[in-house]
Design a protein around this ligand. Sequence first.
Ligand SMILES: *[C@@H]1O[C@H](CO)[C@@H](O)[C@H](O)[C@H]1NC(C)=O
Ligand SMILES: *[C@@H]1O[C@H](CO)[C@@H](O)[C@H](O)[C@H]1NC(C)=O
Ligand SMILES: *[C@@H]1O[C@H](CO)[C@@H](O)[C@H](O)[C@H]1NC(C)=O
Ligand SMILES: *[C@@H]1O[C@H](CO)[C@@H](O)[C@H](O)[C@H]1NC(C)=O
Ligand SMILES: *[C@@H]1O[C@H](CO)[C@@H](O)[C@H](O)[C@H]1NC(C)=O
Ligand SMILES: *[C@@H]1O[C@H](CO)[C@@H](O)[C@H](O)[C@H]1NC(C)=O
Ligand SMILES: *[C@@H]1O[C@H](CO)[C@@H](O)[C@H](O)[C@H]1NC(C)=O
Ligand SMILES: *[C@@H]1O[C@H](CO)[C@@H](O)[C@H](O)[C@H]1NC(C)=O
Ligand SMILES: *[C@@H]1O[C@H](CO)[C@@H](O)[C@H](O)[C@H]1NC(C)=O
Ligand SMILES: [Ca+2]
Length: 554
Amino acid sequence: MAFSPRYLIATLVATCLYVINTATADDFHRNRLSFADDFQTNCLSLMPELYIRNSTRTVLEYVPAGTNLTFPDNVASCSRPSQVVSSDICRLALSIPTSNRSSITFEAWLPRNWTGRFLGTGNGGIDGCIRYEDLAYGSSQGFATVGSNNGHNGTTAIAMLNNYDVTIDFAWRSLHTMVTSGKTLTKEFYHKSPSKSYYIGCSLGGRQGIKAAEMFPHDFDGIVAGSPALDFNNLYSWRASFFPITGSVNSSNFITPSQWSTLIHDEILKQCDGLDGVLDGIIEDPTICDFRPEAIMCSSSTNATATNCLTPTQVEIVRRIFSPFYGEDGQLIYPAMQPGSEIYAVQKLYAGAPFSYSDDWFKYVVYSNPYWNASNFNIKDAAAAEALNPGDIRTWPSSLATFQSTGGKIISFHGQQDNQITSFNTPRYYNYLLRGMQKTTSELDEFFRFFRISGMYHCNSGPGAWVVGQGGGASAEGIPFAPQNNVLAALVAWVENGAAPDTITGTKFKNDDPTQGISFQRSHCRYPLRNSYLGGNFSLPESWACLPMGTLAH
Ligand SMILES: *[C@@H]1O[C@H](CO)[C@@H](O)[C@H](O)[C@H]1NC(C)=O
Ligand SMILES: *[C@@H]1O[C@H](CO)[C@@H](O)[C@H](O)[C@H]1NC(C)=O
Ligand SMILES: *[C@@H]1O[C@H](CO)[C@@H](O)[C@H](O)[C@H]1NC(C)=O
Ligand SMILES: *[C@@H]1O[C@H](CO)[C@@H](O)[C@H](O)[C@H]1NC(C)=O
Ligand SMILES: *[C@@H]1O[C@H](CO)[C@@H](O)[C@H](O)[C@H]1NC(C)=O
Ligand SMILES: *[C@@H]1O[C@H](CO)[C@@H](O)[C@H](O)[C@H]1NC(C)=O
Ligand SMILES: *[C@@H]1O[C@H](CO)[C@@H](O)[C@H](O)[C@H]1NC(C)=O
Ligand SMILES: *[C@@H]1O[C@H](CO)[C@@H](O)[C@H](O)[C@H]1NC(C)=O
Ligand SMILES: *[C@@H]1O[C@H](CO)[C@@H](O)[C@H](O)[C@H]1NC(C)=O
Ligand SMILES: [Ca+2]
């Protein structure tokens, strides 16, 4: 077989390139290994328990990038048996007492490639669960990242029964203990204090962030507070209010999941999807969706077994669900559920069973009575919870002046199809804070910006462009860690360079799978601006503009 000269030259060049490449790779590998040894040695020789009073060490290990960590001791209800770690870290865990009858489990993931930044992570629901995906996310972006179990393990509140110290940990003390301990250990490990301190959390975690800004304004320079569980006592009462409205699954007018997710949701889209100018299954601004359920009521001449319409009683149930929740004195307890969230809301809030977080809260915290019956919940219970305000968990500060004066910045966001915390509550808080601090919108926006994320359910997922870097896992995968696309990167740019975000561009991946490519992107506006369709391809961000309410788009 004869080879052409051209082939031989090509082969020779390829071989030389291969040799050069191999040498480079070997050198790189060797350098990396010797560096790894230092980092690893420093990690394993750290004695974290010496720096945190009365703490007990439970983990100290060097974890190389690519490791699939497993957590055999983590309670099953946290649903976090393992976590892939994408950067080299020093991992340590401590048990830290917070009183003589309470303690927190603390974790720090300290990356080899440290940017000098510190990141605290929050919790969710009524848990008790370290968000390992957020520890992996933060450490992979070079933050010394810490998390805690918020004072108890698992997804129930039973540990708070007759132990007010566990409730205090849950309300604020676990997070603050985690931050002070985390900063101390970061300094011991790197021999340098963190340059800037950040926080990221959603839902309960969003509330934790606002609480920290209120109570410990020096803990963080920047806070991402997603879908925040603000006005916590009233939120838990609002959630408890649905079961008496829907009745139990076998009650005569119970609205079934399929009625919610097809009949009712479809009618909501029919009435409101087009308000933003585009029929895409996404209601950009649900505050202007005045849903009329009578449109799908069965008429008296309809066959009584028909499933494509609602009885008058069911229409009334739907009306109550989409109405604000008022107390004994006629004062607002919590704003209405926004239309658009029904497909997922039916799984919990409208499931015809007590909502477990609220049930736990009243049983184990408000009344210390495990036999309390959620069927009989009413506005007197709401008043009792609000008056008790366990652990001062409310989180509804009328001013964050001290936090602002330290240069602190807050980015809040809320999914406009949130199925667990009505997204109408965050504009309510924005306006409350604005009144409390007596600021104009542009003045408040100097340190507190709120973005409405259309088509996003509770903290993540949904039909909209919901991937905005709001947490680890799917919430940050596949998009660059860049201010325009990622709320945490936007916060860093704001705190460190004064570059405040005007919009956040969210991404929707095909089937929510980054490997399949981007389906579309949309830039989300900061409240009170609204996303308005200008024309053109609605899958492109530039076909939309953030305009004040009442402005004509074109
Ligand atoms: C730490 O332990 C000491 C002795 O064991 C005890 O006196 C002290 O109260 C503990 N401090 C805390 C914060 O638990
Ligand atoms: C990590 O390990 C767990 C438990 O062995 C396994 O279930 C999981 O699939 C692994 N994850 C990956 C990405 O390999
Ligand atoms: C919580 O679980 C961890 C293991 O993940 C354990 O070390 C700790 O003791 C538990 N804390 C409580 C309060 O039960
Ligand atoms: C725990 O500390 C409290 C004060 O914070 C004290 O009243 C109580 O007696 C202590 N209990 C025990 C068992 O030491
Ligand atoms: C370390 O982080 C910097 C910036 O954060 C990045 O540019 C660099 O590629 C990272 N290096 C490694 C080895 O990950
Ligand atoms: C509802 O009725 C079904 C069928 O009769 C029964 O199996 C189920 O236990 C009932 N559920 C409740 C909550 O009563
Ligand atoms: C009502 O609908 C059911 C089921 O679709 C059907 O079997 C029945 O014949 C209908 N009755 C009348 C009066 O149309
Ligand atoms: C709760 O109260 C309802 C209504 O009064 C009653 O039907 C139900 O049996 C009670 N449940 C329990 C567990 O006592
Ligand atoms: C609209 O933009 C999307 C996203 O870039 C693209 O996939 C689609 O082909 C465009 N549609 C038209 C009609 O140009
Ligand atoms: Ca639409």
